[in-house]
Structures are given as C-alpha cells and as structure tokens.
Design a protein. Structure first.
Length: 130
C-alpha cells in the first residue's frame, strides 16, 4: 500500500466517522439549542408561616420515626423499664445513638469480638417472624 492510498483511505474513514456527528448536530433546531443553553427559571413562591410550621412539624415527625420504630418494634420485648425511661429522657439524636450502641454492648456475650451475636440473633428472629 502506498502512502497516497493510505492517506486517501484515512480521509475516507474520517469522513465516515464525522458524517453521523454532523447530521446529529444539524437535527437540532435553533430553539432546541437556545432552550438547552438558557438556565431554567424557578417560580417558587415563598412559604407562609403556616406552611413553614407544617414543614417543620413534618420534618420533626420524620426524624423521630426511626427512634420510635426502634423502641416500639425492634426492642420492645427485650428492653427493661429503666432503659425505656432513660431513653425517653434523651433529647438529641446523638444521645440516642450512644444509648442504642450501649444497649447492644450490654447484651453482647463476647464483647472482645467484632460481631454482636445477641443483636444478630435478635434481628434474625425478627426477620424470621415477619
């Protein structure tokens, strides 16, 4: 193969690859291009005080849900009355997380291992019952 025929075949290959790109670009109209380039405007209205309070209440309720579920479904049969009272006195999620961690650590039969066999067995039984 000569250098001239190699150059001609590479030009032909380039044209074959470029033609689909050109045709795709020309299929877009000018309006489509303008819409794609223009930023979208938001038309959100400011919330009223009533709406703000409702949103805050919904958020608070949503954040409390995992802890209520943990107390009423996950450990309702194994938590002691003293632990239940102590948990209800907690104010922040960080305190609740620490309480839950300590709750399971107190029940761990082998605290030197990574796994908490008691916790795993408890949740295994819940899954089986469900």
């Amino acid at each position: 193969m000569t250098a001239k025929s190699l150059r001609v075949s590479s030009i032909g290959l380039t044209l074959l690859l470029a033609i689909p790109l050109i045709s795709q670009d020309s299929s877009q109209t000018k309006d489509d291009k303008k819409k794609a380039a223009a930023p979208r405007e938001t038309v959100a209205k400011p919330l009223t005080e009533k709406q703000k309070k409702a949103k805050e209440a919904a958020l608070k309720k949503e954040l409390e849900t995992p802890w209520k579920k943990w107390m009423s479904e996950d450990v309702s049969y194994i938590i002691t009355d003293e632990e239940r009272k102590a948990f209800k006195r907690l104010n922040t999620d960080e305190e609740r997380e620490q309480f839950v961690e300590q709750f399971w650590l107190r029940r761990d039969p082998t605290p030197d291992t990574v796994e908490n066999e008691y916790k795993e067995e408890h949740y295994r039984r819940i899954a089986y019952a469900n």
